[in-house]
Write a protein that binds this ligand. Structure first.
Ligand code: ABN
Length: 173
């Protein structure tokens, strides 16, 4: 281990003679800030979620259940419980023209579909059938792929009521 001691000593002496105290402290500070910020940087954590287990499959074909296959990235109240359907807003609400999209697996035909999640707006929160699923949900800096946004901003009224899940098309792999 003598060689390591010598090497470390030589390196330390060299640094001491070439680097001022101020610049050493400044570098140390930058490293400390960098190391503390790195773990809190936003990352997409939802990408590798496991598929639902056998026990979770109840309701996978029921549009009023949060387990319905089309709702794999739905965050909100299910419109089918609020006087609408899986694809249409309840009477008295307006379908938001801006949406976010997800890709859900249909277990019946084994294919993946692109789903448009439209918020229904113009009435207060429905409050029935809350649902939060996050398959392939992306951080908010990919807004079109993030579900935690009130998309009523494009609908004339910011009042959020519920969310539908309409098939846009097949997701080609
Ligand atoms: N897109 C559903 C939603 C609405 C309001 C607030 C958060 C999420």
């Amino acid at each position: 281990m003598n060689w390591l001691d010598s090497l470390t000593e030589a390196f330390t002496r060299r640094q001491a003679s070439h680097v001022s105290r101020r610049s050493f402290l400044s570098s140390l500070g930058k490293w400390a800030v960098g190391a503390s910020v790195l773990p809190v940087l936003p990352v997409a954590r939802a990408q590798n979620e496991a598929p639902p287990s056998e026990a979770d499959m109840t309701g996978i074909d029921d549009p009023t259940s949060c387990n319905y296959w089309r709702y794999c990235a739905l965050d909100g109240y299910i419109c089918a419980c609020c006087g609408g359907t899986a694809t249409s807003c309840p009477p008295g609400t307006v379908t938001a023209p801006l949406t976010w999209v997800g890709t859900c697996h249909n277990p019946v035909d084994g294919r993946d579909y692109i789903i448009s999640y439209n918020d229904c707006c113009g009435k207060g929160e429905c409050g029935i059938c809350p649902c939060l699923r996050t398959e392939r949900d992306k951080p908010v800096y990919h807004p079109q792929l993030n579900n935690d946004i009130n998309w009523c901003m494009g609908a004339g009224s910011l009042a959020y009521h519920c969310t539908i899940g309409a098939i846009v098309g097949l997701a080609e792999s």
